[in-house]
Design a protein around this ligand. Sequence first.
Ligand SMILES: Nc1ncnc2c1ncn2[C@@H]1O[C@H](COP(=O)(O)OP(=O)(O)O)[C@@H](O)[C@H]1O
Ligand SMILES: [Mg+2]
Length: 452
Amino acid sequence: MTGHDQAQAPLVLVVDDNALTRAQIKGFLDATESYRVITAADGFEALAVVQRQHPAVVVSDMTMPRLDGRKLVAAIKGNPKTRHIQFILLTALDGVSNAVDGLSAGADDYVTKPFDASILCARVEAATRVARLYEELNARTRELEQAQQELEAEVAMRQRMEADIRLANKLEAIGQLASGVAHEINTPAQYVGDNLQFLSTALTDLIAFFGEQTLALVQSGEPSALDRMAERSKELDIDYLLQEMPRALSQASEGVAQIARIVSAMKDFAHPGGADKVAVDLNHLIESTVTISRNQWKDVAEVVLQLDPDLMPVECHEGEIKQVVLNLLTNAAHAIGDKRAATHETAPGRIVIGTQQEGDAVKVTLSDTGCGISERDGERIFDPFFTTKEVGRGTGQGLPIVRSVVMDRHGGRVTFESTLGVGTSFHVWLPLHAATRADEAVARAVSPEPLC
Ligand SMILES: Nc1ncnc2c1ncn2[C@@H]1O[C@H](COP(=O)(O)OP(=O)(O)O)[C@@H](O)[C@H]1O
Ligand SMILES: [Mg+2]
């Protein structure tokens, strides 16, 4: 037998308290050159060997001190990890009841002593065949288990995709609603603006007229009329009104202009973006997302844009990428808010959003001066529903959506680096031209018919 075959040969454990019998049985089995044979002097020793080496077959004496054959077989067969080991009991010729005892405790076979070498070897041979069958069965079971795991992973992925699609549909519905609201606000905002413009011009004329009349009155030199006017003007605080009215009008105009900007950004943002990827100017997308979400960050931070003016358009699902930027921006604002609250800082924090071309991809970086992410949390922030925020402020769905949109839907990638107490940067790479397998799978999931 070659060394290699030796390693492959079934392992047989011979257990007997009689050293002579042990050596004799080992001799018989060794002579067949078909097995690797190890020995143990009693049941306890045998159990230790079984646990360590997992033999295919155990040949064991019935009567032994400490732990006898019946207890040994019960221990081996009672353990799910070792119960497939084939157990042959050696019993005395007159010990029929012993044999029955052993078999009922779980032994697979028995041989009576004194035994014939060829019979013993034939029984061991049969037992190794059964052991091999069990092994094959186990291997097949493991294969099936693995196939089942793969199937479950596939189902989970499909469910995630379906959730993504549902989310995309929801976003689209919200987008349409926002777009409608924006449109409704646009018209009144426009005529408020026009009227303010008119009032502002009219006021300038009125003030000029008022000045001219006052001057004429002074020049006419009629003291009683002048006194009356001075008195009345004081009563009504006309100097103050003349000073403040133009300012009030100009502030109102500024407010309306701001409303117009927000509404236009909202219309941009709410643009539903169809099922297909379209070429999108990411700089513009970022600008309108920053405007629309001003309420989220304005109390805690300033936002600085460092956008590459030569950025190429990116083929993407526009609405989803807006959601990505919005989620990262919201997290940054929260992190800065948390740090300010913890350190009683009053100066505003800083959020920097940059874009740049990197090979066949566009890289978007969003950095904040917030509280940072601990190493332990860092391993879990992309897990669905992981949040460190109180109920109502965090849902733990922001970053999983970011990950899923960037990786699964666009074949991009997302990374971050963070220093506790200093700040965090998220980096997102989006390929300029993306057609991912996940995308095709989603398309299949949406329409059961072949797409052509
Ligand atoms: N910019 C950031 N700075 C610090 N922590 C962050 C930042 N972004 C994300 N995190 C951490 O990751 C967690 C998960 O984020 P997210 O998935 O968006 O869920 P949520 O914001 O609802 O908690 C947050 O609760 C927070 O602990
Ligand atoms: Mg979030």
